[in-house]
Design a protein around this ligand. Structure first.
Ligand code: HEM
Length: 220
């Protein structure tokens, strides 16, 4: 694939951060800057998380195996924006008041879901290096299935926090459902194909046996 594409994707993932910095510099963070930053970083964390999940289905459908290189980058950027999102909440919104933060996590379902999503993303980020992939072997794939739970918790977090207009969280939920559905189809497809081919060969064997019996009868 094109050699400049990887740095281009890297830079593209930094555009939201640049936009946030530019808005802060020009004083365009709206009347409620903390809410703006929280929503902005939260949205990008979820968009990048879903983008990282879209890599495998796209790879299988289009046959672009080189896409795999971008999955890790997108996942790590999702974690980066999720960490910024949490830092905004912890530092700017709660001024390191850990007691209030813990109370919030325990009492407000949408914060519990957001926290769950963030916590699930931590082991994924830590084990995303090539040496960890080698060291964990088959267990790496099992561990990285957690990404679906992290995405589901993030969508639930968004759904629970909106008060009236549920369109955006529902749209994200639909995207996640399609990605999860495609994953199930791709994991079942080889088994279904195997079953069909064994049924077909069994059918062929019966037909051959019947044909040779018929020809034996006609000869006698
Ligand atoms: C401890 C972890 C988290 C906390 C405390 C937290 C907290 C918040 C808060 C306070 C808001 C804004 C609510 C408002 O509208 O006033 C928010 C919005 C949001 N968060 Fe989180 N969050 C957490 C984790 C996450 C994670 C891991 C993701 C995604 C992967 C995420 C995605 C979002 C999204 C998409 C929004 C809505 C943005 C919008 O309105 O456009 N959050 N979160």
């Amino acid at each position: 694939m094109l050699p400049w594409l990887k740095p281009a994707v890297f830079l593209a993932c930094l555009i939201p951060l640049g936009q946030l910095g530019y808005n802060a510099y020009t004083g365009n963070l709206t009347a409620n800057p903390i809410e703006f930053i929280t929503r902005f970083t939260g949205s990008w964390a979820l968009i990048l998380l879903l983008s990282s999940l879209a890599v495998t289905p796209l790879r299988k459908i289009c046959g672009w195996n080189a896409l795999i290189k971008y999955r890790r980058m997108l996942g790590l950027f999702a974690f980066f924006y999720a960490a910024l999102h949490f830092l905004t909440y912890m530092v700017l919104d709660h001024f390191f008041d850990f007691q209030a933060i813990v109370k919030d996590i325990l009492k407000r379902p949408y914060v519990t879901a957001g926290f769950t999503s963030l916590v699930l993303m931590i082991p994924l980020a830590i084990t995303s290096t090539a040496s960890m992939i080698r060291r964990l072997g088959k267990r790496w794939q099992q561990l990285h299935r957690l990404v679906y739970f992290a995405a589901a918790a993030a969508v639930l977090h968004f759904y629970w926090l909106v008060k009236a207009d549920i369109r955006r969280p529902v749209q994200y939920g639909l995207v996640l459902a399609v990605l999860l559905g495609s994953r199930l189809v791709f994991s079942w497809a080889p088994a279904i194909a195997r079953r069909f081919s064994s049924q077909r060969s069994a059918g062929r064997a019966t037909a051959n046996a019947r044909a040779s019996k018929l020809s034996r009868n006609s000869e006698s």
